[in-house]
Design a protein around this ligand. Structure first.
Ligand code: ATP
Ligand code: MG
Length: 156
């Protein structure tokens, strides 16, 4: 069923502000609605995982932003933080299940190391992808979900 990705991001942003009032959040959305075929419960989980990471893996007070946009036949959601970044050697492994960069610190923060693995699986189930870009002082995670219908649905 079609759902409005902008509305989902706004809901996730509200929940983030309630849970992480120490991290200022900026939301940037294009025109609403941005309707596409998705499972709102699963996509909300992805958004929550990415936003939670931007709070719990960064120092208190670090700003976070989330941006929704459209590029051709792809919807994009990007979560960006101004935290310490993820070392290059870890950038692909953080999508592995149970992988945490700093095991002692991450355990203090209660993470299991499943969040990004789950996010990537759920987005892949929608035919989309999750990409990471990180350097010291900036981490951006971009979710891309296609608008296109699968052939079995669109052409029969
Ligand atoms: P869970 O999400 O299961 O509660 P987690 O947050 O540790 O636990 P992931 O979300 O998969 O697991 O993230 C894996 C690791 O990647 C984290 O433990 C952390 O080391 C690193 N990481 C993830 N997001 C960020 C971020 N925005 N900034 C810095 N490091 C991050
Ligand atoms: Mg996480």
């Amino acid at each position: 069923e079609d759902a409005d990705l902008v509305e989902l991001v706004r809901q996730a942003a509200d929940a983030f502000r309630a849970a992480h009032s120490d991290h200022p959040l900026t939301v940037t959305c294009g025109p609403s609605p941005l309707r596409l075929r998705l499972d709102p419960v699963r996509v909300r989980q992805v958004l929550d995982n990415l936003l939670t990471n931007a709070a719990v893996h960064t120092p208190t007070g670090t700003p976070v932003s989330v941006e929704v946009s459209r590029s051709g036949d792809t919807a994009l959601v990007r979560v960006t933080d101004a935290g310490p970044g993820i070392p290059a050697a870890d950038q692909e492994r953080v999508f592995d299940r149970f992988y945490r960069v700093d095991k002692a610190r991450s355990r203090d923060r209660g993470g299991s190391g499943l969040g990004l693995a789950v996010a990537r699986s759920l987005v892949a189930a929608h035919g989309g992808s999750v990409e990471l870009s990180s350097e010291p002082g900036r981490t951006a995670i971009t979710v891309a979900v296609p608008f296109g219908r699968v052939a079995a649905d669109a052409s029969r």
